[in-house]
Each structure stands twice: as C-alpha cells, then as structure tokens.
Design a protein around this ligand. Structure first.
Ligand SMILES: Cc1cc2nc3c(=O)[nH]c(=O)nc-3n(C[C@H](O)[C@H](O)[C@H](O)COP(=O)(O)OP(=O)(O)OC[C@H]3O[C@@H](n4cnc5c(N)ncnc54)[C@H](O)[C@@H]3O)c2cc1C
Length: 384
C-alpha cells in the first residue's frame, strides 16, 4: 500500500494523521460526508504496534453503525482468542476473578489495525498514503500546512487543509505543534511486551494480570493468543518508574523473577522476538482536545484508561466522534461529546488509581474482601 509521492501541494478538506484505530475510525465516520479526506501514516501496512493486543468487543461494536457487519467480519477473518474473564493473580497464587458482560479479543495489532485500514479502503473514498511521515504543521491564515518526509528522508508532498484530525499516537507531534501539549510525567506510563511460546498453566478464556507489592502500581500481564503464543508485558506509571530508577526492561525481568506464579509459568517459555516498549498516555488530567483547525484523538489526546491501561476502545470512540464532527463541520460538538462519552467515564478510573496509589494496602484488602461475591461485583462496577 506504500507509494513514493512526488513533491507537490495536495489540498484536502480533512487530513487524518495516523492510521491506527483512532485514524481509521475517523475515516470511517467521514464516509458519505462529501468531504475530501486524506489518511496518512508513516508506517507501511500491515505494521505492528507494541501493545498487549487485548481488544474489547466495545471497540468493534461501536463501529457497527458505520460499517454494519464489521464485528462478525472481524470474528470470521481475523485471528484472535476471546476471553470473558480476567484474573488478578497475587504472589501466593490467590486469584481474584472478574467476569465481563462482553468478551475481549487478543489479536495481534498487525492484524487488527490492518483489518480496520482494509475497511477504510473498501467502504470509503478516503485517499490513503502510507510510508509518509508528517514532520511539521504550520498555520497559514485559517488553514494548516502539513510538511512530510518520504521513507528515504527526502521531503515529500505538502498538504493544505482546514481540519487536521490528529491520530498519530503517543507522543503526538500534532498535539505538540497544534495544541502546545508536552507529555507530563505525572500523567503517562510506559509499558513493554514480548511474545512467548511454551507458557505453562494457562486457562482458556482468561486474561491474567499479576500483582506484586514491590512493583505496584505497575503490573505484569499474560494474555494467551490464537496460535499458542502469549503476549507477556509489564507497565507502570512513569512517575513510579523514575522513583525506582530502573528501566522498564529490567523491571519486566525482575517482576518475572520475583512473582512465584509468573516465574513458574514462564520457566521454560521461549521468547519470540525482542521486548518492545511504548508510551501509555493516561487520561489523568483534562487537556486540550480541539482548537482552531485540529482535533486530537486516541493516544494523541491522552485517553488511555489509567487503571487497565487500555486505550483502543477510546481511540475508536474519539476517532469516530472527530470524524462525525469534521463531517458536519460542527467542531464544538467534539469537545462536548468527548467530555460526555469518554472523559466522564474515566472519572471513576482516575479516582481508583489515585486511591490505590495513595493507599497500596487497599489492593490486598480488596483481594481479601473479593472472596465475597457481592463485594467483588461492587468493586468491579466501581472501577470498570
Ligand atoms: C506495551 C503497551 C501495551 C498496551 N496494551 C493495550 C491493550 O492490551 N489494550 C488496549 O486497549 N490498549 C493497550 N495499549 C494502548 C494502545 O496501544 C493505544 O491506546 C492505541 O494503540 C491508541 O490508538 P491510536 O490510534 O490513538 O494510536 P496508534 O495505534 O499508536 O496509531 C498511531 C499511528 O500514527 C502513525 N504516526 C505516528 N506519527 C506519525 C507521523 N508523524 N506521521 C504519520 N503517521 C504517524 C503511526 O505509524 C501509527 O500507525 C497498550 C500500549 C502499550 C505501549
């Protein structure tokens, strides 16, 4: 899908930067709006994205209105493993189970994101350019001029538009250049993941998240995948990592060695590929979501759930909301809808993570109380 583009000026009504879940959802939401839309990504697809690969059904169900049948098509064509239960596993082996009303799917991001981009190609008139990196944003009257580089570093075409939908992930160049946002270490985390073969003791349909007091509020995960591989990862708020003065890679190894259950499960497991990391921009403080000529979506708008570390569903929702607002030209709608459907929903998550970080013993009390069904259900409703 990649192509080298000659140096020229391309004028579009809307330019979407980034073809991950947020960018593709925005393009799908602009379908039928009559706008001339460009979707541009620096990567050549299919591309992978460092992730836990856990995609909630909500993310796909949200797109059903735009692309009827997308959920069933995903199930029929994209390799995934479904789960309906998550277990929080304590060092002595105690497990606290949470059951979800809708399933989640562990699917490699190469496949999931590739599927979404294919739907954009099939169902919209969006012009798609991959392998082209946006390098700068300049205001020209009430328009925005985007500069770009080809994969070989030479300068590519320029784009002129009234509206940029920033879906360029984290850290976002668009958020910095258009909204003046610089990442705040109190509001983001970092995570690493590696694929493994030969992990022992997995249960079908259960995602495992591991707690250890020495690493809290960081946590480790093991998510079983369709081909017998397991996505193993560790994530932590950046501010906590700095206090420990360790790299995420060494914390990943230490957690694996210090948590008896993780150690045993990974004892004879074979890593496949390298440990890879990425930034996780939590929805911890209200930031700018839009301004003259731009809307920020997904990770570019710092929308990751600070408790679970999930950001795909918010990327899809915010992308859709931005696409709808750009399609109607009613841009003020975007902030209102983000506030209502995403930011308010995150309030309980922010409260939960602040409380758990401030009083780390609470998690052990919750584990003890979690033996009682009704308390566990209340706890689950409160944080999810
Ligand atoms: C280790 C790790 C584990 C995670 N696990 C989970 C999980 O299990 N479940 C979950 O829901 N969330 C998880 N997340 C968060 C999740 O990955 C993100 O929230 C999600 O990918 C956000 O989607 P997005 O579309 O906003 O950005 P992205 O998916 O990051 O897509 C951004 C796109 O923009 C492109 N781009 C970037 N800069 C430019 C540029 N200058 N020019 C052109 N294109 C550009 C990139 O190539 C990329 O394709 C995890 C994150 C990490 C780091």
């Amino acid at each position: 899908m990649s192509k080298r583009v000659s140096n020229e000026l391309i004028v579009k009504d809307v330019v979407i930067v980034g073809a991950g879940p947020a960018g593709c959802s925005a393009a799908l939401a602009l379908k039928g709006s009559g706008k001339k839309v460009l979707l541009v990504d620096k990567s050549v697809f299919p591309r992978n994205k460092t992730c836990g690969d856990s995609v909630p059904a909500h993310a796909l169900l949200g797109l059903e209105n735009l692309v009827p049948g997308i959920y069933d098509e995903f199930l029929a064509t994209v390799k995934s493993v479904s789960f309906r239960t998550s277990a929080l596993v304590f060092p002595k082996g105690q497990r606290l189970f949470f059951s979800w009303p809708l399933p989640g799917y562990v699917t490699e991001r190469r496949d999931f994101d590739g599927f979404l981009l294919k739907k954009v190609t099939e169902t919209t008139d969006t012009q798609i350019i991959t392998g082209l990196k946006i390098t700068n944003y300049t205001r020209v009257d009430d328009l925005i001029l985007l500069s770009a580089n080809n994969p070989d570093g030479t300068s590519g075409p320029e784009f002129l538009t009234r509206m940029v939908i920033a879906a360029d992930g984290a850290p976002s160049l668009a958020a910095r250049k258009l909204a003046g946002i610089v990442p705040d270490q109190g509001a983001y985390g970092q995570a690493v993941r590696c694929y493994f073969n030969g992990v022992k003791g997995l249960d079908e349909g259960i995602e495992l998240v591991f707690y250890h007091p020495d690493f809290f509020p960081g946590y480790f995960w093991l998510f079983p995948m369709a081909d017998g591989r397991v996505n193993a990862g560790f994530g932590m708020p950046e501010i906590s990592r700095r206090k420990l003065k360790k790299s995420l890679a060494s914390l990943f190894s230490q957690f694996r060695d210090q948590h008896p259950v993780v150690r045993e499960m990974l004892e004879n497991a074979e890593p496949i590929g390298d440990l890879r990391g990425g930034m996780v921009p939590f929805a911890m403080k209200r930031q700018i979501w839009s301004g003259p000529g731009f809307m920020l979506t997904g990770d570019a708008a710092s929308m990751v759930d600070p408790v679970s570390g999930d950001g795909i569903m918010q990327a899809v929702r915010s992308g859709m909301l931005a696409g709808i607002a750009a399609g109607t030209g009613n841009y003020t709608l975007y902030d209102q809808q983000v506030e209502k459907f995403l930011w308010k929903r995150m309030e309980s998550q922010r409260r939960a993570i602040r409380l758990m970080t401030g009083f780390p013993h609470l998690i052990r009390i919750a584990a003890w109380l979690g033996r009682y069904h009704w308390i566990r259900n209340r706890f689950q409703r409160w944080i999810w």
